[in-house]
Design a protein around this ligand. Structure first.
Ligand code: TA6
Length: 285
């Protein structure tokens, strides 16, 4: 279903036969909602989210490309989250991920984009509900240029949680990470799992493809599976002022992000890179 969302921005609502659904705005190719069969919202959207281009939408799943965060000369997290995407009517087949309902979006570099990042690309995004109730985002980036280029990228999901002080993130033990609050100084994390009692912003290098967010209060676990993204970011702003976040909003989400940063992805002309994020929520903590 194609409809008007906040401020008249176009969005697509996709439902499967079991009543699960997601919503994606053409602005940003940005997933803003994902609901299970009970109608429970599994993603967080800021109570102060600004739906006014070129401001990126705060919450949901922002797409980060062709630059993760402020690691290069481009605006924070690149620019595709600030572009208007289109429905891709002829997506190349994607046999490895059967879905019960999905939508395909496409973004091609514009002349204005080429002025700030001089590499022609085609970015295809499939958002899909899997048969097991999972949400899968498959990114395919094609080099549409005549020269090789490289980029960093990621997805920045804001996961809905009961309370930031009641959750833990598992799967990152003994990894090196760059502390993004300390000029990306390198540390090693020996903790069995991460708990939160202050601001945290870490880029874990070569992270495993399966991570878990355990919500002890809600007694549920968010399973985060990634493919093609070597690294992972864990972020909470805690009480730090973020202008488009409500004062109490930080309690309600954690960002666990598949990213490819340490080693930029290199693409030759015509080549396609694929990255996958698959999330599901299971009972039990
Ligand atoms: O991925 C974590 C991070 O880069 C943090 O450093 C924080 O700034 C966050 O993303 C949000 O960035 P944004 O540009 O959306 O305000």
């Amino acid at each position: 279903e194609r409809t008007k969302g906040i401020n008249g921005l176009e969005k697509l609502i996709v439902r499967d036969r079991r009543g699960r659904s997601f919503e994606v705005y053409l602005y940003g190719g940005h997933v803003t909602s994902w609901k299970n069969e009970k109608g429970e919202e599994l993603l967080f959207l800021s109570t102060k989210a600004i739906f006014k281009p070129p401001t990126p939408i705060r919450g949901g799943i922002p797409l980060l490309f062709p630059q993760y965060s402020s690691t290069g000369p481009l605006p924070s997290h690149g620019f595709v989250r600030q572009r208007f995407w289109e429905i891709d009517t002829k997506p190349p087949p994607l046999p490895s991920h059967p879905s019960s309902a999905h939508v395909d979006l496409i973004l091609k570099s514009s002349d204005a984009d080429l002025k700030i990042w001089p590499h022609k690309f085609v970015y295809r995004l499939r958002v899909a509900l899997g048969h097991g109730g999972d949400l899968t985002l498959t990114s395919r980036v094609q080099n549409a240029d005549v020269k090789q280029f490289s980029f960093t990228a990621g997805l920045h999901p804001y996961f809905s949680i009961s309370d930031i002080s009641q959750i833990q993130v598992e799967g990152l033990q003994n990894l090196n990470y760059l502390d993004q609050q300390k000029n990306r100084t390198r540390f090693t994390d020996n903790a069995k799992f991460i708990t939160f009692n202050s601001q945290l912003d870490r880029l874990y290098l070569r992270a495993p493809n399966k991570l878990r967010i355990v919500d002890r209060k809600k007694k549920k676990t968010i399973m985060v599976r990634k493919e093609g993204y070597a690294d992972a970011v864990v972020w909470t702003p805690w009480v730090k002022k973020v202008s488009d976040l409500g004062v109490e909003d930080y309690k309600r989400f954690v960002a666990v992000e598949p990213v490819a940063v340490e080693k930029p992805i290199i693409l030759k002309p015509g080549q396609v890179w694929k990255g996958v994020l698959q999330v599901s929520v299971v009972p039990g903590a």
